[in-house]
Write a protein that binds this ligand. Structure first.
Ligand code: NAD
Length: 257
């Protein structure tokens, strides 16, 4: 990853931040783009204190002007060359069918699915300048399975997996390889679910039940670093003949009936 320029959306915390640390430790230059401007700036400063080359920009990936400001930032910062784009930003949704409305459904599709397309298209000219360009989308095991109250989220994540295939075909002539990572249960802020009372309860109990009944063959919840390590393959030169694929990094949870 030495001297590669990497953009990670939703990089203020969780999986995005772990990916930044992993890739920067391997010599990449990172730009984190996140809607939480203060948090992402603090995270980049924390990495810089560790000697890593990580910068931050405040941006909402559903906002066209914000996406253009990321392009301008990369033009200024790196002379307009981008080697790796990690489309990681997303929000959780567990709205029941009874409560789901059009606005909420569309919001989840905008953040979790549509932004993957618009950010990728905006970065396409910058990626074309790289001789080993990669796009890695972060979907979910809920892109291949459903759970109760997951219609909006699962629809978006399933869309990201198939968008990965379609983009891989259309961007092949530009030399851009497109792949996808599908995390299972990972210990991040997203593993906090609203309980309907305005408070949040941890899904740890739910995850514990999965472990207790042997539903996670590797018998532990994933850590953000587990995802970052798997993602590194798709970002690297080792991945030269793989495109349009999705890899489930889930401790085996989707392998068991
Ligand atoms: N944690 C899990 O168990 C799990 C499981 C499967 C998939 N995932 C996926 O992994 C990715 C990372 O999730 P995480 O667990 O680190 O969650 P997280 O909530 O810790 O991090 C998500 C980040 O995205 C940012 N973000 C949200 N909306 C944004 C927007 N409109 N523009 C820019 N940034 C935005 C948030 O501010 C946050 O920093 C997501 O795509 C998520 O769907 C997570």
């Amino acid at each position: 990853m030495k001297n590669k320029n990497v953009l990670i959306t939703g990089g203020a915390r969780g999986i995005g931040a772990a990916c930044a640390e992993e890739l920067a430790t391997r010599g990449a230059r990172i730009l984190l783009a996140d809607i939480d401007g203060d948090v992402v700036a603090a995270k980049a400063a924390e990495f810089q204190r560790q000697g890593l080359v990580v910068e931050a920009i405040s941006a909402d990936v559903t906002n066209e002007a914000d996406i253009q400001s990321i392009v301008s930032d990369i033009e200024k910062r790196w002379g307009g060359q981008l080697d790796v784009l990690v489309n990681n930003a997303a929000i959780l949704d567990s709205t029941s069918l009874d409560d789901l409305n059009c606005d909420r459904f569309n919001q989840v599709q905008n953040v979790n699915q549509n932004s993957v397309l618009w950010v990728t298209l905006a970065m396409r000219p910058l990626l074309k300048r790289s001789d080993a360009a990669r796009v890695v989308n972060v979907a979910s095991i809920l892109g291949v399975l459903g759970t109760p109250d997951s219609v909006a989220y699962a629809t978006a994540k399933g869309g990201v997996i198939n968008m990965t295939r379609a983009l891989a075909i259309d961007l092949a002539d530009d030399g851009i390889l497109v792949n996808c990572i599908c995390p299972g249960f990972v210990d991040t802020r997203m593993a906090l679910l609203p309980d309907g009372s305005g408070h949040e309860h941890e899904t740890v109990q739910f995850q514990d039940t999965y472990i207790k009944y042997g539903r996670i063959p590797l018998k532990r919840v994933g850590q953000p670093e587990d995802i970052a390590k798997a993602l590194t393959f798709f970002c690297s030169d080792a991945c030269g003949y793989v495109t349009g694929q999705h890899l489930l990094v889930d401790g085996g949870v989707t392998s068991i009936l």
